[in-house]
Ligand binder design. Structure first.
Ligand SMILES: [Fe+2]
Length: 142
């Protein structure tokens, strides 16, 4: 954007705020419509409906005694920085952060993470982030 265009748009924004402040607030704070605007799921793939198989993380749970091993795989290509899975994030039953695994697309040939938890039961959520196709959520029961 040229500096002149930026100044023109900025001036228009200030004028609009003065003339109609509620309009400026409405534009600044657009409400979130639903989960599909933030993340995608198997049931709600939104604009990425053809991408479920390669973006929805699969979750394998193994429990031995009080130790829970969570293996997460996203069946996605790791094509350098061009197209890859950026990270997996593990969340508890209240969708609070537990752990994450960042991928290095120059070294990792697969989007595979292993997490270990102790004394956990209930729902686990996993997020998988693609650098082109956004954020995907799946869950599993322990
Ligand atoms: Fe992707």
């Amino acid at each position: 954007m040229e500096r002149r265009d930026f100044m023109r748009l900025s001036t228009a924004g200030v004028v609009a705020s003065v003339v109609n402040p509620t309009m400026a607030l409405a534009n600044a704070y657009k409400p979130v419509k639903g989960s599909s605007d933030i993340y995608y799921t198997k049931e709600d793939a939104g604009r990425w409906s053809g991408k479920v198989a390669t973006h929805l993380p699969s979750i394998d749970i193994e429990k031995v005694g009080n130790v829970v091993t969570v293996k997460v795989v996203t069946a996605h290509e790791m094509k350098g920085y061009e197209h890859y899975i950026v990270k997996h994030v593990l969340l508890d039953s209240k969708q609070k952060f537990l752990d994450e695994h960042l991928f290095d697309p120059t070294k990792d040939s697969a989007a595979l993470s292993t997490f270990t938890l102790k004394d956990y039961s209930g729902t686990l959520y996993v997020l998988s982030l693609c650098n082109k196709h956004d954020l995907w959520l799946n869950s599993a029961e322990v």
